[in-house]
Design a protein around this ligand. Structure first.
Ligand code: CAA
Ligand code: FAD
Length: 386
């Protein structure tokens, strides 16, 4: 692993940092309070290459590598977690899957629109009765004689569902085949048969809009199948390996924001005639936060590097992605909790961002596979047992 970043990687990090500081950080608290989707900021991210970081220039993206993606995601998440969720879904769950498994026509049509910030994408795997156990889905796509598929069923907790233009959908095409009976489809949300439910009220990442979506006799054209029939579950799992690096990066950015705030406050705030940072109990918190933050950042960069190696040489990076996601999300929970405590009563106030960081951190342990599922993936890969 090379610890020196390339000029390109540093350039996209710089672009992300500038937008994060100038556009996102000043508006984050407002968007959190209103729960409004930050459309204008998302457009700016798209116009600056941040919605298609790993998308080749021929499809409208920045044409960079997975490490560049990690660096940019960290910057955006440091300013606001909700913005980075939208960015992560567009980059990793939407563009990445189509680039890997889509036809030339699908890449030109869907990837370009998202990478250039003209449209918003979503990824629909979860259903009301099946989250961790993703193969237990019930949404069905039945093939007609004319080659079209008719979709019926529900998907829940769909990030960007309330605003998405296109969705990568996973549905059962042959329930008797289990994981091998699932197929991926491209959905156009302006078509008949597609319905959005109410936006979910949430603890954190409030500006990232989430809803249930429902399909009633929704028709998919043959050229809108992503990959081959029956390949959908492998596509979902492969895409989630990349997605988990995005969520790990998000957790690092959030942890970094909370950590920096704690260090600054510990130097300024006085108690018993001294800065609180001179008390051993506060120092221990700072040291523990720093260790977890650095471990999370290094493991996330390693996962980005492993993905780049897999792209060159073949192979998977599932373990590295799960290790990074698990470590970074648990670090974000630990750090935001400790940083709030360092701020005392002010940490609990909406006048400071600590309570938002604390609320936002929790989701990183839940979506794109809970911490229990990451442990399962890591242990299965390590032992070869199930
Ligand atoms: N890459 C490619 N193929 C993979 C794979 C991977 N990473 N992981 C598994 N597969 C393949 C397996 O090899 C197997 O195929 P074969 O039979 O041909 O070998 C097939 O997929 C089935 O695998 P498993 O038997 O391991 O499947 P399982 O039912 O035991 O489930 C699981 C495994 C890891 C628990 C999986 O269901 C999982 O990851 N669950 C969590 C779901 C999740 O992360 N959802 C996220 C939704 S999106 C989201 O949350 C977005 C957001 O918030 C913003
Ligand atoms: P369950 O699967 O019901 O799990 C409940 C608890 O049981 C968890 O603690 C879990 O870890 C544990 N558990 C389950 N199985 C096991 C096991 N075998 N061993 C040990 N413990 C286990 N999904 C999408 O498809 N697209 C999205 O865009 C999307 N965005 C989301 C945004 C938000 C804000 C949220 C909250 C969720 C989102 N999800 C999305 C869904 C998310 O991926 C699921 O919530 C997650 O995978 C967990 O599934 P579940 O909620 O059904 O929990």
């Amino acid at each position: 692993m090379d610890f020196n970043f390339t000029e390109e990687q540093l350039m996209i990090q710089d672009v992300a940092r500038r937008i994060a500081q100038e556009k996102i950080a000043p508006t984050a608290a407002e968007f959190d309070a209103s729960g409004e989707f930050p459309s204008a900021n998302i457009k700016i991210l798209g116009e600056n290459g941040l919605m298609g970081i790993e998308v080749p220039a021929e499809y409208g993206g920045a044409g960079m590598d997975p490490v560049a993606y990690v660096l940019a995601m960290i910057e955006i998440a440091e300013a606001d977690c909700a913005h980075s969720t939208i960015m992560s879904v567009n980059n990793s769950l939407f563009c990445n899957g189509i680039l890997k498994f889509g036809s030339e026509e699908q890449k030109q049509k869907y990837v370009r629109a998202i990478a250039e910030g003209e449209a918003v994408g979503a990824f629909a795997l979860t259903e009301p009765q099946s989250g961790s156990d993703a193969t237990a889905m019930r949404c069905k796509a039945v093939k007609r004689d004319d080659g079209r598929y008719v979709v019926n069923g529900k998907k829940s907790w769909i990030t960007s569902g309330p605003v998405a233009d296109y969705i990568v959908l996973f549905a059962q095409t042959d329930p008797s085949k289990g994981a091998k009976g699932i197929t991926a489809f491209m959905v156009h949300t302006d078509r008949e048969g597609f319905h959005r439910g109410k936006t979910e009220p949430k603890l954190g990442i409030r500006a990232s809009a989430t809803c249930e979506v429902e399909f009633t006799d929704y028709v998919v054209e043959p050229e809108e199948v992503l990959g081959q029939e029956g390949e959908g579950f492998k596509i979902a799992m492969g895409v989630l390996d990349a997605g988990r690096i995005g969520i790990a990066s998000q957790a690092v950015g959030l942890g970094r924001a909370a950590y920096k705030a704690a260090v600054a406050y510990s130097r300024e705030r006085k108690s018993f005639g001294q800065p609180i940072g001179s008390f051993q109990m506060i120092q221990a918190k700072i040291a523990d936060m720093k260790c977890r933050l650095d471990a999370a950042e290094l493991l996330t960069l390693r996962a980005g590097w492993a993905k780049a190696q897999a792209e060159k040489n073949g192979g998977r990076f599932s373990t590295e992605a799960a290790v990074a996601k698990l470590t970074a999300s648990e670090a974000a929970m630990f750090i935001t909790h400790a940083a709030l405590q360092v701020h005392g009563g002010m940490g609990y106030s909406k006048e400071m961002p600590l309570e938002r960081y604390f609320r936002d951190a929790k989701i990183t342990e839940i979506y794109e596979g809970t911490s229990e599922i990451q442990r399962m993936v890591i242990a299965r890969n390590e032992t070869g047992l199930r």
